[in-house]
Design a binder for this molecule. Sequence first.
Ligand code: FCB
Length: 483
Amino acid sequence: MTARRKCGAERGGREGPPLWAALVAVACSKPWSPSEYSEAALVANVGRGFALGAATAAHQIEGGNDNDWSAWEAGAFSSGRAHVKGGDRSGLACDSWNLWERDVGVLRELGLRHYRMSIEWSRLVPVRGGWDEAAAARYRQMFALMRQSGIAPAVTLHHFTLPRWFAERGGWEHPEAVADFADYVARAADQFGDQVDRWITINEPNVYAVLGYMDGKWPPGVQDARRGARVLATLLRAHAEAYATLKARDTRDADGDGVSSEVGIAHHARVFQPGSINPLDHLVAHASDEFFNQAVPEAIATGRIRISVPGTIDIDETYPGLTGAWDFFGLNSYTRDHMRVDLGTPSLSQTYVPDGKPTTDLGWEIYPEGLLELLRRYARYQRPIVILENGIADRSDLQRADYIRLHLLAITRAAREGIPVTGYYHWSLMDNFEWAEGYSGRFGLYAVDFDDPARRRTARDSASVIRSLAGALAGRAASATDE
Ligand code: FCB
């Protein structure tokens, strides 16, 4: 990427070339040159209330969790390969359960006013019908310190992990799964509603269904497309119930902005690129797109859950409570998949990254234009779009600064086109336990030393881009107040 070469070039607060220059560059297939844009220019087009933040999830940072994932981490596939790369276990993770004050300190160092985190269902409800008051009190302390520090929490209720009791009796396939989830959501709304206004019900139902039930790479390790599709449909119903519960029970406005609860889902989307002009490559890319990118938002927009994979799955049912059950469109976006037909695999397809494309440490293609494509596409739902995750595994930190700037450039373009992007949470605040990749993927703005019992957090150079963006937004907010 030219971007990488230019990284670190002196920027001196210039506004950068006009956006049409970037358009011309894109049209001529020239790489975008993010360092030509000052941070002020990168946020110039977004709305005044734009939420810039960072994101984490409980199991990935807290340490000491006891849930279906901690059980899974101890196991291996029938081939003998450990479930998690290198046999890593989440273990103490970042020890955020104890070091949460330091984490809030990190947010403050970055000048961030928004933090997406999750509360751990297995901690709060360790047994069916129970509620751990001490765990709840700890989360209340965390939220209180954030509020005192001018940081608004955005709280995810289910970020991949399940309490053991819930998983052991069949997880999302149990007939009472949706009701049990709604009970937990109700307690969370009652306990934290005065401190939390922004809620994310479920993180990435599509990823959960694919990796847990279709590819079998995550717990519960099932490889059955039909069951995966059913679980996805169940998660959508669970979302609808959670949405209704939060709207009914969280009527307390934590920050006095007139909004007591805004509720959404975190939808993971990827660009599926046919690998060639072969119509079969187009067919598999299209089918993946329909299933992965389209089924979830269409279901929430219309209340009709339609999940189909030709020849295998055909779900078509309505769930009235789902219709319009989102106050914002939460988007997680990272990469693009190139696809070709492969009759030798269960999905009849293969994903790959062509030679020469820039990739991250985990081999994901760096494709910021994809974010713009997704924003344009999802604008049709006429909801404010909040990017709830976007980031890069980059241990050396050579690419992260440009990655952030290029994605902000995509947002700025979208904003210019009138697409209401109202927030960006960078994944992640700090290095953490990256699921099946263990500790091999380093996504942090802050590096965490996992060999150090104190889990020291150290800012990476690229964190300065986020700090400058936060500064530019704060500067704008201050000048608006002066006006
Ligand atoms: C997303 C997950 C998040 C993190 C990033 C890298 O799919 O929601 O927990 O693992 O990927």
